[in-house]
Design a protein around this ligand. Structure first.
Ligand code: NAP
Length: 455
């Protein structure tokens, strides 16, 4: 994929970038390695003051960064502003908490003193997706930098200007040159980086094939990885649920980021007794959504990020229809105007054992299933290769407890939509990946947990 900014709302190619040469990558790796040797000696206080400055810069220039995200990948400007604010939040969170999360932990043993120390590893490579072009990077960079690591970013090829802007923010904030570098490279240049001795670990957020490919090379080279991959999260609605609240959240969760979020609710699994009412509520809310210019405050859903994403999504929808799915609304691309627009689409009557039911739809398309009871809801929820998050709606505490225990996912949200929060760990199981970002566990992924024994 060419490294370029192509406005998804118009199709206009705004800027193109050359991929770094092998020699340029080597120079950046050398700089990372050299910087690390000094950077690891800096104190939490020093790193914290730089990260807080980065948060201030994000706040100061939020409209500029939000407009850049909207330009490069089509999210609504309003949601892009919220994303920049969340990046500032995660910076301040780790700036305040890293010293506590990585403090030595005394453990009694046969030593005079024994304890765990959390030391940095070195250069960490982050391969990131375009869908939250700032947030995905900051949720990696904030803890990694606070832990004393240095970072290399290979961002998605369609958000190069976001990638460069993030590097600039961290430099302006005071981080030493080389502490965080953006590498404008293509996906096929990643393998050599992962194999390079100077790269100590890697994290990838994106698709399963990309994750598997990175992990394979990391495995051959005995390197730690964290993978945040796809999902097709269930959104379970049982008969005691507040249906209005559930339907409102269902829309937010499915349509967030023009439907392109890994933790979006993608499969709506509804108990038969409330299915008609919930479907009606959902449909009314789908009808009320405005698709259009992502810069406009009136817009709920902007364009999909690339033409190929729209094509793939539409192919999935057409395949589902051929296999018997019914379309309650939407179902084909909007072609009257330029841009990668796809309407809110609601599919029902999908065979629960069909391949479609197991796929991730990365756009504003919802699948609606009806089940007789809680057991069937849990079974259908788990009948999928992914395990990222799950949202379940019920007022009954026994049902809540069973859902929490039985759902195969990295997170279960009861009576709320699945979301990320700097304070809470985030990550999946099954083919959604492994490892955790955010919270205390997130900062401990890329550290040497050193056992110290003294007599
Ligand atoms: P993608 O194609 O896998 O791209 C993600 C990143 O990986 C990009 O930087 C991409 O670079 C790079 N990449 C692609 N193939 C690679 C390879 N073989 N080796 C190394 N790097 C490679 O993902 P996407 O389609 O843009 O993103 C959508 C997917 O990401 C969805 O499945 C979504 O659920 C998932 N996602 C997961 C999370 C989470 O936290 N679990 C969050 C957001 C998105 P290029 O752009 O140059 O190809």
């Amino acid at each position: 994929m060419a490294i370029a900014t192509i406005n998804p709302a118009t199709g206009e190619k705004v800027a193109t970038f050359e991929a770094l040469t092998t020699a340029e990558i080597a120079a950046k790796l050398a700089l990372a390695e050299q910087t690390y040797q000094q950077y690891r000696q800096t104190t939490f206080e020093q790193r914290s003051s730089w990260l807080k400055k980065a948060a201030d810069i994000l706040d100061r220039d939020q409209s500029k960064y939000a407009a850049l995200m909207t330009l490069e990948m089509g999210k609504t400007y309003q949601s892009a502003i919220a994303e920049v604010k969340k990046c500032a939040l995660v910076c301040r969170f780790y700036a305040d908490k890293a010293a506590e999360f990585l403090a030595e932990e005394v453990v009694s043993s046969d030593a005079t003193k024994s304890y765990l120390a959390y030391h940095p590893l070195g250069t960490i490579l982050a391969v990131m997706p375009w869908n939250f072009p700032f947030w995905q990077v900051f949720r990696f960079a904030a803890p990694a930098l606070m832990a004393g690591n240095v970072g290399l970013l290979k961002h998605a090829s369609n958000v190069p200007q976001c990638a460069l802007a993030i590097e600039k923010i961290l430099l302006e904030a005071g981080f030493p040159e080389g502490a965080f570098q953006t590498l404008l490279i293509s996906a096929n240049q990643v393998a050599d980086l992962v194999a390079d001795d100077r790269v100590k670990a890697a994290t990838l957020t994106g698709s399963e094939p990309a994750g598997a490919s990175l992990a394979e090379i990391a495995g051959k080279n005995i390197k730690k990885t964290v993978l945040e991959l796809g999902g097709s999260d269930p959104f379970i609605v049982l008969d005691s649920a507040d249906l209005e609240a559930a339907a409102t959240m269902a829309i937010s969760s499915r349509m967030l980021n023009n439907g392109q979020s890994c933790i979006a609710a993608k499969r709506f699994i509804v108990q038969a007794s409330v299915s008609d009412r919930f479907t009606e509520l959902l449909l009314t809310k789908f009808q009320a959504l405005t698709v259009g210019d992502p810069m406009s405050a009136e817009t709920d859903i902007g364009p999909l990020a690339t033409t190929s994403i729209r094509e793939e999504l539409d192919q999935q929808v057409q395949k589902a229809i051929q296999q018997g799915a019914k379309v309650l609304i939407g179902g084909k691309p909007i072609t009257e105007s330029a841009g990668n627009y796809y309407p809110p689409t609601l599919l029902t009557s999908i065979d629960q054992s069909s391949p479609t039911a197991q796929e991730e739809f990365f756009g504003p398309v919802a699948m609606l299933f009806t089940v007789p009871d809680l057991e069937a809801a849990i079974s259908l929820s788990n009948h999928i290769p992914f395990g990222l998050g799950a949202s379940a709606w019920t007022e009954k505490t026994d049902e809540q407890q069973l859902l929490i225990k039985e759902i195969e996912a990295g997170a279960v949200f009861i009576n709320g939509m699945v979301k990320s929060d700097p304070r809470l760990p985030f990550g999946g199981i099954k083919r959604s990946g492994y490892g955790r970002e955010l919270g205390k566990l997130g900062i401990r992924e890329f550290v040497n947990i050193k056992t110290v024994w003294i007599r």
